[in-house]
Write a protein that binds this ligand. Structure first.
Ligand code: NAD
Length: 316
């Protein structure tokens, strides 16, 4: 059986699949060439990350496809309902990247709170005057310890973020569509652990009390944070989004940043990927990463193994 890994695949997954006798084509076929390529190579399983779009056109034109595998969490680039209706397996790896995404949230939070992105951009090659001016402009950083972190969307990643925040001495509040009391267990390197019980907040409560807000919801039709929600936030609060671009109204965010209402924001995902709106780029109060939440060696290893195990179990 032939497997097309169209957005890259980890070495561990490649080896696991090849050891089971699958032929894996590890390449990047352009979206326009995808259908003829699958047909010509009689591909049975198509493995993607977030770049390749697997819509009805691909599913209808490639009846030989038996499985679509998403190496990652969000399946918004796949027409899952239609694929399943047509009898295809659709699998993803929801658990594997939570800790990596959660750590990226803190990279943005600690970085933004101390102006790292802007300091890096502006470090002068020479000259004490520039150095001292820069030093002066980046005074007024803040600590995270003792501050309140508001987590919107308390699923796998939201909870992983909560564990880090509690360990870092932050107060955690959360809001979720399916709100219920949650127990969060922090496990330390020496085997000891401690459990926290958290109670859900309303969005209004969360926005009006949090010093930092982070989003961990799936892609949805309307933004979760728009002008109205930004107005509800504390003066000088910060915002991080590593979930999906459309969940923040980017125009309203830039206005709130320019007005000083939001002190800084960290974005890993954008409404228009792979070409984020130009007003977001080089904004002094925006720390940006190109959708790398799951892009750690550890997460990719786990994702690859998890996906390969599912493909083997379903197609063998
Ligand atoms: P999850 O399904 O475990 O949790 C999502 C939670 O959001 C659920 O508890 C749900 O009830 C809640 N929710 C949905 N809509 C809501 C709303 N409007 N208000 C409040 N709560 C709402 O998902 P997860 O694994 O934690 O992933 C979260 C997001 O992170 C997804 O969008 C996923 O695509 C994204 N993600 C991004 C990266 C990256 O590289 N940046 C990597 C992995 C996942």
């Amino acid at each position: 059986m032939v497997i097309l890994a169209n957005d890259g695949i980890s070495t561990a997954a490649l080896e696991a699949l090849e050891n089971e006798g699958f032929r894996v084509i590890n390449t990047r076929v352009a979206q326009q060439q995808l259908i003829p390529f699958i047909q010509e190579h009689e591909v049975s399983a198509l493995l993607v990350r977030s770049a390749t779009q697997v819509g009805r056109d691909v599913i209808d034109a490639c009846p030989g496809l038996k499985l679509i595998g998403r190496a990652g969490v969000g399946v918004d680039n796949i027409d899952v309902g239609y694929a399943r209706k047509k009898g295809l397996h659709v699998v993803n790896t929801p658990e594997a990247s939570s800790d990596s995404v959660a750590e990226l949230v803190f990279a943005h939070l600690y970085g933004g709170a101390r102006f790292l992105h802007e300091a890096n951009r502006n470090m002068p090659l020479e000259g004490d005057l520039h150095f001292n001016a820069l030093k002066k402009s980046f005074q007024g950083g803040t600590e995270l310890r003792g501050k309140t972190l508001g987590i919107i969307g308390f699923g796998r990643i939201g909870k992983a973020v909560a564990r880090i925040a509690l360990g870092a001495g932050m107060k955690v509040v959360f809001a979720d569509r399916n709100a219920s009391e949650e127990r969060i267990r922090l496990e330390f390197y020496d085997g000891q652990s401690v459990e926290f019980t958290l109670h859900p907040s309303s969005m209004e409560q969360l926005l009006s009390t949090s010093d930092f807000v982070t989003l961990h919801v799936p892609s949805q039709e309307d933004p979760v944070i728009g002008q109205k929600e930004l107005r509800m936030m504390k003066e000088g609060a910060a915002l991080v989004n590593t979930s999906r671009g459309g969940v923040i109204d980017e125009v309203a965010l830039v206005e709130a940043l320019d007005a000083g209402k939001i002190r800084f924001a960290g974005l890993d995902v954008f409404a228009s990927e792979p070409r984020p709106e130009v007003q977001l780029l080089m904004h002094p109060r925006l720390s940006l990463t190109p959708h790398i939440g799951a892009s750690t060696l550890e997460a990719q290893e786990r994702i690859g193994k998890e996906l390969a195990a599912q493909v083997i179990a379903l197609l063998k």
